[in-house]
Design a protein around this ligand. Structure first.
Ligand SMILES: *Cc1c(COP(=O)(O)O)cnc(C)c1O
Length: 406
């Protein structure tokens, strides 16, 4: 309708986009490594990583090369055909993990939707039609489709859409007694994030995950690990389950899997996978060659001692800075998480203000995240340079100084 094209600004968002987000006022236009520039040329150090997605930073040369090479070769064929990048990536994921079978999707939501449908279908077909109960946890996050948001433990995200998928029970995270109280022969699956991300960056206790494994074995239920956020090197192991020495029956991966290209995966055993047959589930785009070629390039770099060991060192550097800032400004009641998924919980007097501090940080030239109203979250590239950590945390110190003055 408009005859003259006006400039693209933040106001354009309100004019044309469905209002499910409240994005920052500046618009990023370029990224390189752990730096981002906005329309005005202002530079930011990126400790948000697109919400734990850009694990190799922005425009990593190997990912750009994989995207270009596959982009000039074959983009999409649908699942009426298979393709070489998907088969290569599937082989690598099964060789590196407990899994014997993989299926690719496009988002964390879809990988979890696949996992929950498979867990239900496995129980119904192998056991009985009444074995449908899913046990999940308060504050868990598993995606935004109606099934995944209902398994998630934040009713504010699932309320207001009419009748919810049934037979889903929520209990407190890290509370094995609460799980025991609801676990029974009708339980088909226990679904858990080994490190809760959106729920406040809270790692599971080893005894909790071990206890879930034992209960699932006792009641012939499947243990499902949602590693969409905490997997793919984030904790310093390829997947968080490797830290715990607790092997799930189903594991989901997304976010960092494609380093920024949309792709996800559900990993499982041959036995569980065999409950599905051709036609049980599907996706038009899932496992497309373009996504899988980029994910393969990301996997080849992330699954190396150099990157995984670097995560442990870089975490120590972040934590030292956060402790220094806390000493100076008395800001945090807890610094937690695993690897480069770091949570800093605000002291009671600053509760509810994580987003204010996040915005102050952006003003000071550093991007961070929150995880709920009280927790700051850092999810930088796994390969973030030590100089960028120091520079970014200096900028964050300035933001903290302004925030406490207030
Ligand atoms: C982000 C996230 C999801 C959802 O992934 P999308 O790609 O946004 O659909 C699911 N589970 C966890 C643990 C996540 O952090």
């Amino acid at each position: 309708m408009a005859t003259e094209q006006s400039a693209i600004t933040r106001a354009t968002f309100d004019d044309v986009i469905v209002p499910i987000y409240a994005p920052a006022q500046f618009i990023p236009v370029k990224g390189k490594g752990s730096r981002i520039w906005d329309q005005a040329g202002a530079e930011y150090i990126d400790f948000a990583g697109g919400i734990a997605v850009t694990a190799l930073g922005h425009c990593h040369p190997a990912l750009v090369e994989a995207l270009k090479a596959q982009g000039e070769t074959l983009w999409h064929v649908s699942n009426v055909f298979t393709n070489e990048p998907a088969l290569r990536l599937g082989r690598k994921l099964t060789e590196a993990t407990f899994a014997e079978r993989v299926v690719f999707m496009n988002s964390g939501t879809e990988a979890n939707e696949t996992a929950f449908k498979l867990a239900r279908h496995y129980a119904i077909t192998r056991h009985n039609p009444y074995k449908t109960k899913i046990i999940a946890f308060h504050h868990a996050f598993h995606g935004r489709s109606f099934f995944t948001v209902s398994v998630g433990g934040q009713p504010k995200y699932s309320d207001g859409f009419g009748p919810k998928p049934a037979d889903i029970v929520h209990v407190p995270f890290n509370d094995l007694h609460a799980v025991k109280a609801v676990m029974d022969d009708r339980t088909c699956a226990v679904v858990v994030e080994p490190v809760q991300g959106e729920g406040g960056v809270i790692a599971a206790n080893p005894a909790f995950l071990q206890g879930l494994r034992a209960l699932c074995d006792q009641y012939q239920a499947l243990l499902v690990f949602d590693e969409v956020q905490c997997g793919m090197g984030r904790t310093g192991e390829l997947f968080a389950y490797m830290h715990y020495g607790v092997t799930p029956d189903i594991l989901t991966s997304a976010k960092a899997l494609g380093g920024g290209f949309p792709v996800s995966a559900m990993l499982t055993t041959q036995d569980v996978a065999s409950a599905f047959h051709a036609g049980s589930h599907g996706s038009t785009y899932g496992g497309n060659p373009l996504a899988c070629a980029v994910a393969e390039a990301a996997f080849d770099i992330i699954n190396t001692p150099k990157v995984l060991e670097g995560v442990v060192r870089k975490r120590a550097q972040f934590v030292a800075h956060l402790q220094r800032i806390d000493k100076q400004y008395d800001l945090f009641s807890d610094i937690r998480g695993m690897g480069l998924l770091i949570g800093a919980e605000l002291k009671p007097r600053y509760r509810g203000r994580a987003r204010d501090l996040l915005l102050a940080a952006a003003d000071a030239g550093v991007m961070v995240l929150n995880a709920g109203p009280d927790v700051l979250r850092f999810a930088p590239a796994l390969v973030v340079e030590t100089a960028d950590i120091d520079e970014g945390m200096m900028r964050f110190t300035q933001a903290a100084a302004r925030f406490v003055k207030g």
